[in-house]
Design a binder for this molecule. Structure first.
Ligand SMILES: NC(=O)c1ccc[n+]([C@@H]2O[C@H](COP(=O)([O-])OP(=O)(O)OC[C@H]3O[C@@H](n4cnc5c(N)ncnc54)[C@H](OP(=O)(O)O)[C@@H]3O)[C@@H](O)[C@H]2O)c1
Length: 313
């Protein structure tokens, strides 16, 4: 064998080994693990109660219903008391779980956390779902966001401060009992280009990074922090009415996301969303990052145009 063919064979072997090293864990975390082995954590064994923020609609409500069905009592936190009461009744009639409600607006100041602290005092909280989040009414250029100062402050309060404050309230009990699960809802927009949603995407990148590092800090104490990065889910926030292959309804999304518990601490929660992220990563690697950014901007400009046209009607 010539030196040349020996080098090319070695290169091919290295490339194949690299592909296997990347592909096998990806398939396990995104498809095979959740489908055949997940969830690997029994939330009931983490503690009798789960606390869910933004629990009256969409993904948060779906987590609350699913956790109650698994036999965990739930504390629902959201801003509208009447909606909270309605969802509490719905959960009680569909499960044997106890339900508590706390009405607070996460865009308000730090005082709201005193009310939450009192509301969950004495409860054995084993699961925390930091779900509450807000975005813009429609994709927009940073300088053209309507009522910009207030909206940006609200988004940061709701998407970032809620997560750190809630962890601060709930984690001491978990550390004491040496067990607990924290599910932080980030977004795919944290890790793929999200022009015209720049502030929203940045708050979700905070949630993702905070979760990864918090997990490293506390995993030796029995606490699992999972960062969940959904793509589109058919909810009020996305304004997608009907579920599609790429945009499941919130119940189907959460059923899928829960199967990843104990399998991976960083997940899109839904296989088609993992495929979306993979596609963006491939475009970035093959066509380079500016091309991926440009493509995203074009898509977002189209969404913005449609939204503005609808608003004007
Ligand atoms: N839907 C998606 O496509 C998508 C994709 C990626 C990530 N996410 C993330 O998933 C999470 C849930 O989104 P979703 O689509 O399920 O939203 P949603 O359907 O609009 O529901 C949001 C929930 O949060 C509550 N909420 C909103 N603002 C609040 C505030 N200031 N104070 C207290 N409660 C408040 C709402 O209460 P009310 O009922 O009173 O409004 C509702 O219960 C968010 O963090 C979002 O960023 C969503």
């Amino acid at each position: 064998m010539s030196v040349c063919s020996c080098i090319s064979t070695t290169c091919v072997v290295i490339v194949i080994l690299q592909i296997i090293k990347t592909l096998v864990p990806w398939l396990y975390k995104n498809l095979l693990g959740p489908k055949f082995f997940g969830p690997k954590i029994d939330v009931r064994r983490m503690g009798q109660w789960a606390v869910i923020t933004g629990a009256t609609d969409g993904i948060g409500k779906a987590y609350a219903k699913a956790l109650a069905k698994k036999g965990v009592n739930v504390v629902l936190i959201s801003r509208s008391k009447d909606k909270l009461e309605k969802v509490a009744e719905e959960i009680k009639s569909a499960s044997s779980a106890q339900v508590k409600i706390i009405d607070v607006d996460f865009t308000q100041g730090p005082e709201i956390y005193d009310k939450i602290e009192k509301g969950i005092a004495g409860l054995e909280v084993g699961t925390l779902v930091n779900n509450v989040g807000m975005s813009y009414a429609n994709p927009e250029f940073f300088l053209s966001i309507q009522d910009r100062d207030k909206l940006l402050r609200d988004i940061i309060e709701c998407n970032i401060h809620s997560v750190t404050h809630m962890c601060k309230l709930v984690m001491p009990g978990m550390v004491e009992r040496k067990k607990g699960v924290i599910i932080n809802i980030s977004s795919l927009s944290a890790v793929v280009p999200s022009p015209l949603l720049s502030v929203y995407g940045a708050t979700k990148a905070f949630v993702d990074k905070f979760s990864v590092d918090l997990n490293t800090e506390y995993s030796s104490q029995g606490i699992i922090v999972q960062s969940v990065l959904p793509g589109y889910v058919a909810t009020n926030m996305s304004k997608i009415r009907k579920e599609t292959f790429l945009a499941p309804n919130s119940d189907n999304y959460v059923a899928s996301a829960l199967t990843t518990l104990g399998i991976t601490t960083r997940t899109t929660g839904f296989f088609p969303h993992s495929l979306m992220k993979l596609t963006v990563d491939i475009i970035k690697a093959v066509a380079c990052e500016p091309a991926a950014n440009k493509l995203s901007l074009k898509t977002m400009l189209n969404i913005r145009k449609k939204a503005l046209r609808k608003k004007a009607q």
